[in-house]
Write a protein that binds this ligand. Structure first.
Ligand code: BMA
Length: 335
C-alpha cells in the first residue's frame, strides 16, 4: 500500500493514482455521478451466481482486491474474493470464501450465510465485516493479509444487527465500529450506533449516532463504506430507506462526524446524494436499491470512486470530488 499521505488536501489518507475515474459529465447537476459503463460488475460474471452486489473493494498491491456478495443460484448468500488490475474488470473466485480459525470452538467457524461485506485496512491487515448468520443476522468479523487465507474471528455483536462498518484507525485508544441494531427480517426501523473495543473481539461502550430523518431516510439508516478521514471530520456515506406503497427505496446520503467523538454528527444531508434512478437500480431482484459498501479515495486529487449494490442484482460504480461533497453536506444539512 502506498503510505504517502497528503495532509495538504482535504482527505487525510494515501495517494491512489490508479483510482477508477471519469470526470463529471457536462451538464450534470448532481454531486455524485455514475460510471458510464455501469453496471461495472454484471450479475452473471460467475456461472453459479444469481447476483453480485453490495460488495467491498480495496487497493491491494498496486491493483485492487475485494470481498463480494454473490448470491448463488440456490439463492444462498455467500462471500467471494475477487481481484482487478484496474477496478473495472474483475475476476471473482467462483468458490466461496472458506474461513479458517485455530479456535476449537465450533461457534467460531459456524457458517449459515454471509452478506453485505465491508473491508478496511487497519494497522497491519485487512479486516472484513459482514452480516453473518448466527441464529439470526449479526456482525461477523474476519481478517486477511493476502486475500487467500481468511481468518474468522468471534462475532462482534449479538443478533440482531446489520451494517457493521469499522473505522480505519483507533480513536481514543479503541477500535470503533458503526452498526445498526435490527430485527430478524426486513427491518422497518433502524438507528446507527457506534460500538467500541480494545481488541477487536470484545465490543461495548455503545454510543448512539443517528436516527432516520424524514423523506428518503425516514424508515431506517445504515453505514456504507469505511468512513473517510478528512480535515472536516469523518465523512460517512450511509444508506437511508423510505417506505413507499411499493416497498422500500434505498438511497445514499453523507454525514460529517466529529473526528475524536464520531458519535457526534456535525452535518448530514437532508437531500440524498444518490437515489435509484438508473434502469439497473430500478429493476432487478429487489427494485429501487442503491446500496454503497466501499469507497476508494485519492488524497492528492480528492477523487472518490464508490462501489454500490444496484437493485440487489449487480454492482455499480460512481464518482465524486470529496471537497465538493463536503461542501454539499455542509450547505444542505439537517442533523
Ligand atoms: C437490506 C439488506 C441488503 C439489501 C437491502 C435491500 O435489508 O438485506 O443486503 O440490499 O435490504 O433489499
Amino acid at each position: 500500500m502506498s503510505k504517502a499521505s497528503s495532509r495538504s488536501s482535504t482527505i487525510i489518507g494515501s495517494a491512489l493514482p490508479t483510482i477508477p475515474w471519469e470526470d463529471k459529465p457536462n451538464g450534470c447537476k448532481d454531486v455524485v455521478w455514475r460510471y458510464s459503463g455501469n453496471p461495472v460488475i454484471p450479475r452473471d460474471l460467475n456461472p453459479m451466481s444469481n447476483s453480485i452486489f453490495n460488495s467491498a473493494v480495496v487497493p491491494y498491491k498496486g491493483a485492487f482486491a475485494g470481498v463480494f456478495r454473490c448470491d448463488d443460484k440456490r439463492r444462498f448468500m455467500q462471500l467471494h474474493v475477487g481481484f482487478s488490475k484496474d477496478g473495472y474488470s474483475w475476476q471473482i473466485d467462483p468458490e466461496r470464501i472458506h474461513f479458517v480459525s485455530n479456535d476449537k470452538d465450533p461457534a467460531v467457524l459456524h457458517w449459515e450465510y454471509g452478506y453485505d461485506p465491508r473491508v478496511g485496512w487497519i494497522e497491519d491487515r485487512f479486516y472484513v465485516t459482514w452480516c453473518n448468520g448466527y441464529h439470526g443476522p449479526t456482525i461477523g468479523m474476519g481478517w486477511t493479509k493476502d486475500f487467500k487465507t481468511f481468518h474468522k474471528m468471534e462475532n462482534s455483536l449479538l443478533p440482531f444487527n446489520r451494517n457493521g462498518v469499522l473505522f480505519p484507525r483507533k480513536i481514543g485508544g479503541k477500535y470503533l465500529m458503526l452498526n445498526r441494531p435490527s430485527d430478524n427480517g426486513h427491518t422497518p426501523f433502524g438507528d446507527i450506533f457506534i460500538s467500541q473495543s480494545p481488541d477487536m473481539v470484545h465490543w461495548g461502550c455503545h454510543r448512539w449516532v443517528m436516527r432516520p430523518n424524514g423523506g428518503w431516510q425516514s424508515t431506517k439508516v445504515g453505514a456504507g463504506p469505511i468512513p473517510i478521514e478528512t480535515k472536516h471530520g469523518w465523512l460517512m456515506i450511509y444508506h437511508g430507506v423510505l417506505t413507499s406503497c411499493n416497498g422500500f427505496v434505498y438511497s445514499a446520503g453523507a454525514a460529517l462526524l466529529d473526528i475524536d467523538r464520531p458519535w457526534k454528527v456535525m452535518y448530514r444531508t437532508a437531500p440524498y446524494i444518490m437515489s435509484p434512478q438508473a434502469p439497473y437500480e430500478l429493476a432487478g431482484d429487489v427494485p429501487n436499491v442503491a446500496f454503497p459498501c466501499a469507497a476508494l479515495t485519492d488524497a492528492p486529487t480528492g477523487r472518490m470512486a464508490m462501489y454500490y449494490g444496484c437493485a440487489d442484482t449487480v454492482t455499480g460504480l460512481c464518482f465524486c470530488q470529496v471537497d465538493e461533497l463536503i461542501d454539499y453536506v455542509k450547505k444542505n444539512s439537517k442533523v
